[in-house]
Design a protein around this ligand. Sequence first.
Ligand code: UD1
Ligand code: UDP
Length: 371
Amino acid sequence: MKRVLLVFGTRPEAIKMAPLVKALKKRKEFTVGVAVTAQHREMLDQVLDLFEIVPDYDLNIMKAGQTLFDITSHVLLGLKDVLEDFNPDFLLVHGDTTTTMAASLAGFYQGVVVGHVEAGLRTGDKRSPWPEEMNRRITDVLADYYFAPTEVNRENLLKESVPPERIFVTGNTVIDALLWAVKQECNLDGLGLDAVDWSKKIILLTCHRRENWGAPMDAIFSAVKEIKVNHDDVEVVFPVHKNPLVREIAAKHFRGVSGIHCIEPLDYHPFSLLMNKAYFVMTDSGGIQEEAPSLGKPVLVLRDTTERPEAVSAGTVKVAGTDRAKIMGLAEELLTNRAAYDTMAQTRNPYGDGKAAEEICRILVENSNIN
Ligand code: UD1
Ligand code: UDP
């Protein structure tokens, strides 16, 4: 039996690796191990609980105010013992976090075959998003196998001279997770949403990226506040990332503003339900850009670049950037121009059919002698 170790550390990695953990554990061909770095603690544990995943290893590295140096060094050193103990044939990492990059490096140092799930996403700008664009590029230099969600991602890898026989277009496992989550029974009671007037148009906001800390986040939040103040028929729901820096800026702009509801991060379940109830979404998240088009929700991306051009081409996502006037203009259009709204609100899904995890399993079985 081949030994497969999955390593992840943050909320989005956990959401997108959970379907793969489940699918691999069902196969007789593999002994499966899960190592979490816990780069995130509470937000990771929310996902582990929901998908009933009990890690075999937990590096528990998170600390308040952690720097990229802290994360990289703790993951690298922590995984040395894990890799020696589990002795995997394959190491699977996901996406573009610092956990992803440091875990790939650890696998490479240990001589383990590394598979990158969600490989090949690129903005082409090494500082945007920061540091994620370099995390995924470094991971793709170190990896041996590439599970690319889309053809666009495959093309990006080919341009970097990755051998074509090592790239597999699988769809994105986020769709597997989302299709599962939206089927589960759940309600929004007791989650800080009791004061929300659901008869109004709900704007769902998330914002956390490092490159937005400071002036860009000030501009974004100031635009959101202005949009709310100008529209009586709108309410904003903002599940605020646990990062104290983000919380500070959110409090500065939104404390006491009626109709803007800052709440704790939601479990994935209720969050999916909330996306479904939203009129549109404003976000700098990566994963939400993939999920919202499946639910037919327009998305304004609060970043200058996106590595997910598929939904922009499909017409569901617009890159709004971080300029206050531009964000307000695009939001205004969605709120007041029904035709423009309807054009964006069609359900489209460029990220797969929800069977990506099964497909990755099948590829691993068929290529179990890879090196
Ligand atoms: C990380 C990833 C980013 C990803 C994001 C998903 C890197 C460099 N960044 O960014 O790519 O989009 O996760 O959310 O890998 N905190 C808690 N509890 C938690 C999680 C975070 O208290 O459950 C606080 C801690 O104070 C921590 C801080 O948030 O120090 C920042 O967490 P960190 O993982 O360093 O950065 P993120 O912005 O979350
Ligand atoms: N999400 C969640 N609860 C929340 C906010 C987001 O479960 O309160 C989910 C969301 O559906 C998506 C993922 O978390 O799957 C995105 O995580 P995040 O924005 O932290 O990271 P990114 O995708 O930007 O790396």
